[in-house]
Design a protein around this ligand. Structure first.
Ligand SMILES: [Zn+2]
Length: 327
């Protein structure tokens, strides 16, 4: 038990400690490309690495990874640090340690690509989870398209004809036969229009995962920045810095989803754990308690969703007025 505690203390100390670059050796190198003699890790004249030797499988593999920009700048270190000390790593990066870690946006596009690959069948069950039919079926369900025999419309027409409001004790009919019929046809057409646009939008989101996710980060990080900007760890936090930190947090979440969906393609709890992990990352990064971080994130989500609901409501009211009074 004591030993376990000691191990945990060591782990915590390791988490907080920033990345250290190895000491320069006193060895003299002769560059294989330009034959300059120098001390250090890279040739000051042409930039070639001092450790370049005979071509091996290792160098071949690294050159192969380099095709996707993975061969250098510690992709593996960045993944390890994101998983085990995410908040501290992001703070190191923001404080200027940029050579130590893989750049955030490049990583973003790479991990999303890998995520799409894993979801489309590159997992242990070779199961394709990206299915546009699901989206369309779900949409059909919510719009009741395909299985209604105009029953809703009929009931609606009848009720509108009979519907009356009383005003000063006298009942007033709000709609007449002709009007209500016209109104219903327009509502039906309007629903179909909304259905079509929603389908287009959802399919676009599926096809442009990186762009839509980046847009989501941009939208969400606006209210989140308000909640996190006055933290003690990075006192004069800029929005651009906060945005970059959010990109790294998203990368972390995507990596967890990749690992989860690779081994358990059907498990839905993977997304939940990705969210928990993002709270841990923000807690380490901005120094608030787990609970306060959680409340801040929930607060930002509430702001975003109420703004979204308000916009949808305004669009709804405007299109209703358009159908009612202009068509
Ligand atoms: Zn050289």
């Amino acid at each position: 038990m004591e030993q376990l505690k000691e191990k945990y203390e060591q782990f915590k100390a390791w988490q907080i400690k920033p990345h250290e670059v190895g000491q320069l050796t006193a060895d003299k190198h002769e560059c294989a490309t330009c034959h300059t003699e120098y001390h250090g890790n890279y040739c000051p004249r042409c930039g070639q690495k001092s450790t370049v030797g005979r071509y091996s499988f290792k160098t071949a593999f690294l050159t192969f990874l380099d095709v996707w920009g993975l061969g250098n700048r510690g992709m593996f270190r960045t993944i390890r640090d994101l998983l085990f000390r995410p908040g501290y790593m992001i703070r190191d990066y923001l404080s200027g340690m940029q050579m130590a870690y893989f750049p955030p946006f490049k990583m973003f596009f790479l991990v999303i690509t890998l995520y799409v690959l894993v979801n489309s069948g590159f997992n242990i069950r070779l199961q394709n989870n990206i299915n546009k039919e699901d989206v369309v079926n779900g949409l059909n369900e919510s719009f009741k398209i395909g299985n209604d025999e105009n029953t809703d419309t009929k009931a609606f027409t009848e009720s509108t004809i009979n519907d009356t409001i009383s005003f000063n004790g006298k009942p007033i009919a709000i709609s007449k036969d002709k009007n209500s019929k016209k109104l219903n046809i327009n509502h039906k057409e309007f629903d179909l229009q909304v259905y079509e646009y929603t389908k287009i939008l959802l399919n676009w989101v599926k096809d442009h995962q990186t762009v839509s996710e980046l847009l989501l980060i941009a939208v969400l990080s606006l209210p989140m920045y308000r909640f996190f900007r006055h933290n003690k760890m990075i006192p004069d936090l800029r929005y651009s810095e906060f945005f970059v930190s959010m990109v790294y947090v998203t990368n972390l979440m995507t990596i967890i989803q990749i690992i989860g969906k690779f081994f358990l393609p059907e498990n839905g709890s993977v997304d939940f754990w990705a969210y928990v992990y993002s709270i841990i990352a923000l807690k380490q990064l901005y120094g608030y308690s787990f609970k306060r971080t959680l409340f801040k994130v929930i607060g930002a989500f509430l702001v975003v969703s109420s703004v979204a609901i308000a916009i949808i409501a305004i669009i709804g009211v405007l299109s209703y007025l358009y159908i009612e009074y202009i068509l």
